[in-house]
Design a protein around this ligand. Structure first.
Ligand code: CTP
Length: 319
């Protein structure tokens, strides 16, 4: 079959970041976008050569035991021991086993969602994926409430829950976890050593309070596999963002994929300022050399897929 062109039309011209959002105009009229089923299936097949979301979404109980030693992906010299708690929380079978959905929403955390009114539309999708425990209740009009899977980088515990310094913050996190109400909580626990204690705290909280979530801990090979897929398609990402990881996984079990809140630029299409996150005051950091992400590059790839009908990006208001 013909090759999927993800990054074909892009020139390596010098990027003027101040004006970058100008180059990413997305036609607002949703009537002009049509889902390309053939292409979506072709992408699913291609990605399956690198990873299988059903398997790689989480390490299963059978494959690890308490005391096993794991080398972190990004800190190869550091190791962690599989704790009793972590072991308890490993799923027995993949939470995505035999799952197929007609439409999925992946909700990124860009401030572009504010005043979008996209909440009701997001909630109509069969499966809704969110990132980093982003709050929903106070933003329901713009981001919706439905959550079937939510990711949690260990750093979120520091950034959004003050490293659980006191009972108030522990209670806040506990309430957020309780609100997940049976959804999948996806914790990349084996990526970087910084998160060791934080993952343990969360695991402990879940077990102690019998929180109703289905925990998943992505396998070590997932990140390499996802990066490999995109590199093969000439998208030279350093380390895939959570958002891109979720899209890559979703191709396996979603027929149509709708992206909201993906907009890694400080200005919107009308040149109005956009917050980095819709819910906090974190600033844009992706331009710095230190950042492991290459979000604008990822965005170009996603935009190209949007134009080809493989996914739909919404970066403005919902009708
Ligand atoms: N995102 C985006 N534009 C922004 C902010 C986020 O496109 N202004 C997308 C990215 O794909 C990101 C996802 O939304 O991965 C979730 O946002 P966030 O929680 O901010 O993720 P990151 O801080 O990038 O954390 P990670 O290192 O897990 O990717």
């Amino acid at each position: 079959g013909a090759e999927v062109v993800i990054n074909g039309s892009l020139s390596p011209a010098v990027v003027d970041r101040s004006n970058e959002s100008m180059k990413h105009t997305i036609q607002p009229a949703s009537s002009t976008w049509r889902h390309n089923q053939t292409l979506s299936l072709r992408i699913r097949k291609q990605i399956l050569k690198f990873l299988d979301a059903e398997k790689d979404i989480s390490v299963l109980k059978g494959t690890l035991k308490p005391g096993d030693i794991i080398h972190y992906i990004f800190d190869r010299d550091s190791t962690m021991n599989v704790s009793q708690n972590l072991y308890e929380l490993l799923p027995r079978t993949s939470p995505l086993k035999n799952k197929h959905f007609r439409t999925c929403a992946i909700v990124g955390n860009s401030g572009v969602l504010l005043n979008s009114g996209c909440g009701p539309e997001i909630d109509t999708h069969s499966f809704v994926i969110r990132c980093n425990l982003a709050p929903v209740q106070e933003y329901a009009r713009d981001v919706g409430l439905k959550t079937d899977l939510v990711t949690m980088n260990p750093s979120v515990i520091q950034r959004a829950f003050e490293d659980l310094v006191n009972a108030t913050w522990r209670e806040k996190l506990l309430q957020r976890l309780h609100s997940l109400n049976g959804s999948i909580l996806w914790i990349p626990a084996f990526m970087a050593r910084g998160g060791k204690e934080r993952v343990e705290w969360v695991n402990e909280l879940i077990l102690k309070h019998r929180v109703n979530v289905r925990t998943a801990y992505p396998s070590l090979r997932l990140l390499h596999a996802v990066r490999g897929y995109w590199l093969t398609n000439k998208v030279h990402i350093k380390r895939p963002t959570t958002g891109l990881l979720m899209y890559t996984l979703a191709t396996r079990f979603c027929n149509q994929i709708y992206l909201y809140g993906f907009w890694p630029f400080p200005l919107d299409q009308n040149q109005n300022p956009v917050k980095y996150h819709y819910y906090d005051s974190l600033k844009y950091g992706y331009t710095s050399q230190a950042s492991p992400h290459t979000m604008p590059l990822e965005f170009k790839a996603l935009k190209s897929l949007h134009e080809q009908g493989a996914l739909k990006l919404t970066v403005g208001q919902c009708d």
